[in-house]
Ligand binder design. Sequence first.
Ligand code: ZN
Length: 557
Amino acid sequence: MRQDQEDPYQRRSAQVYAAADRAAGSVASPRPVLYDAVLLDRDGTLIEDVPYNGDPEKVRPVPGARAALDRLRAAGLRLAVVTNQSGLARGYFTGEQMRAVHARVEELLGRFDAWLVCPHDDADGCDCRKPAPGLVYAAARELGTTPSRCVLVGDIGRDVGAAMAAGAAGVLVPTPVTRQEEVAAAGWVATDLPAAVAEILRRQQAVQPSTPPTEPVRTALVVRSDSAGDVLVTGPAIRAVAAGAERVVLLCGPRGRAAANLLPGVDEIIEHPLPWIDPAPGPVDPEAMRSLSARLGAVGADQAVVFTSFHQSALPLALLLRMAGINRIAAISDDYPGSLLDIRHRVPVGVPEPERALSLAAAAGHRLPDGDEPVLRLRRDAVPPRPADVGDPGYVVLHPGSAASSRACPPEVATRIVGALADAGHRVLVTGGPDERAVTARVAAAGGTDLGGRTDLAGLAAIVADASAVVVGNTGPAHLAAAAGVPVVSLFAPTVPFGQWGPYRVPTVRLGDAAAPCRDTRAASCPVPGHPCLSGVDPGDVVDALRTLAVSGGGGR
Ligand SMILES: [Zn+2]
């Protein structure tokens, strides 16, 4: 079930002080692609942190706050404050004093569309104290939008955690008190509030074309080589191209074919390996390249959009496309493209892969139509019915493997996770490919059901779609979960940036050591003895993560 259709916190009794006198207004039209609202932590983010402050005279905005907030307001974004104020529970100040502080904040920084306050402390076990996501759900509701269309700015890991657990984007603006591991774990870090605001607005702008295509596009050739996950995260951009073209032909590699079959907006698929993309590349066969070039020429594309990862070059293929007679080619390239590209696009590091691809589509003149959210999606008709013998929906899927062993969960850790989940009352399905059967059997023996080798990618998508949550590393099934709106407990090896490859726009809790020595190595097999980024995952943390995601044992969520 999509998270934007169900708000698990709406059914709960989270005690949230909202600005009830401020009804949510209509969102400016045309709707921006990415965000409707920016949620801001209060202490340490908007104003200097004065512990348990009940005195309006002590309110000091951080440098540049007013101007930065006014930029957001001018861009049509709605603003809310989401703040933990356990001083209320502890009796350090009164509600009246707090409202006086908030009045002073608005006097200095301008009006906010909503104020959401958690008055509890950790011992209360409420749903709203960050990193629980309750304040984010409540803020989105107050502002008339969904968490996935919100970005939260905060100064500690609790802020980012709350954003992610609700499926919102989270920007960490560290202060001297922010812990190093919180900085390492954050997918998006900005130096200060004005820099965070500038990047929010830049990303928002980057996915909206400044000009439509100069000539109509009848047939667009889109390219995404590499594996299933890469193809899945390119889905929103391919839908954007499809909205502006009569016909879309996708060139993919053999490892991405099964995912390509699942993408909406694709009319035809050409499968061909590109030796300069594959991690274990075959030799370049001149005859195969000539035949590929001829095949691409026969597509009759009047535009080609070549999607790549940040470490891949689009230029070899651009040359083949030129030789195939395609004269409008767009790609991201830091390398000088000479006359190989008509649109040379560049993207800073750290942008989520789906947005990176959407920004290339925008540079080529395409945007998602209103009503199509920039989330991962699958073709309904390409996903088969879920096998009856896996039981009713509401199970937790644990997918321990990955095509890259550096991103797989160590089997002994996965085994202990299954045991802990079973003890907490969860039904666990253990999934894996045909070559992972030995691992899934061993892991499932701790209290789950072994589905290793039972499904292809489409069949796995069907099983994932009816899960309450998926526990998985940085690998294809995490993106299947995102496409189904199913919450993810992400056992994320930091070999590539979490901000680029983390599950996109879906409630997520990240576990694992984000500062492990494999960080940013892009290693396919772990370069560090003992696979430390994931071997230290505590199974109890997985149980807690499911609780944070409002996934309860016993099948419901
Ligand atoms: Zn609370």
